[in-house]
Structures are given as structure tokens and as C-alpha cells.
Unconditional design. Structure first.
Length: 115
């Protein structure tokens, strides 16, 4: 199983980025997908998750109204659209795939929000 994130970078406060996570080696449509992040010196926290059929979506409170998760099961890809970025959003963002007790993680992509 491989989860490969892309789309990270440096952006000014108030800017936008879209992260992508391409999955391979698994039946993508069966897995719930999610994004988590880890800032320096902090624990990894869940940011958002989406059910296999996109019928259930959740966000952590700090990103509600600013981030949007979506998935394309035909492309085996999950996205995280991030708007109105704040310096406190700076972190390494990780994609994950979950099915029951099984979870796979990507290698992460750095997002830095700085003026």
C-alpha cells in the first residue's frame, strides 16, 4: 500500500493550498480516508475524514469553514482544499486510509503559513 501526498508548500496568511493524496495497492473505495497534521513539538491531530462513499465528513473545530475534504474513487485520490490559512495551520500533513482496525499512512507533506 502506498499513499503519496502532494501539494504542500509555503503560503502567506489568508492564502490557499490544495493537498492531494494518491493511493495504490488497496481497494480505495472501501476505505475511509483522512488527513492529520503534526506541528513541531506537538502531537499529531486529526484534521478531517471522509467515508468511502463521501456520505460522512468530519472536521476538527479549528478548520471548520476553511478546509474541505473530498475524494475521487475513480482516481484513487483524496483532496484537502485549505482556504484562509493561518500561521497555526503550519504542520506536516499526513494522509491516512482506514478500514476497520487497519490504517495506512502517507509520508507527509509540509505546509508552512508565513508572511
Amino acid at each position: 500500500v502506498q499513499l503519496v501526498e502532494s501539494g504542500g508548500g509555503t503560503v502567506q496568511p489568508g492564502g490557499s493550498l490544495t493537498l492531494s493524496c494518491a493511493a495504490s495497492g488497496l481497494t480505495f473505495r472501501d476505505y475511509a480516508m483522512g488527513w492529520a497534521r503534526q506541528a513541531p513539538g506537538k502531537e499529531r491531530e486529526g484534521v478531517s475524514c471522509i467515508s468511502p462513499g463521501s456520505t460522512r465528513i468530519n472536521y476538527t473545530d479549528s478548520v471548520k469553514g476553511r478546509f474541505t475534504i473530498s475524494r475521487d474513487n475513480a482516481k484513487n485520490t483524496v483532496y484537502l482544499q485549505m482556504n484562509s490559512l493561518k500561521p497555526e495551520d503550519t504542520a506536516v500533513y499526513y494522509c491516512n486510509a482506514r478500514l476497520g482496525s487497519v490504517i495506512y499512512w502517507g509520508q507527509g507533506t509540509q505546509v508552512t503559513v508565513s508572511s
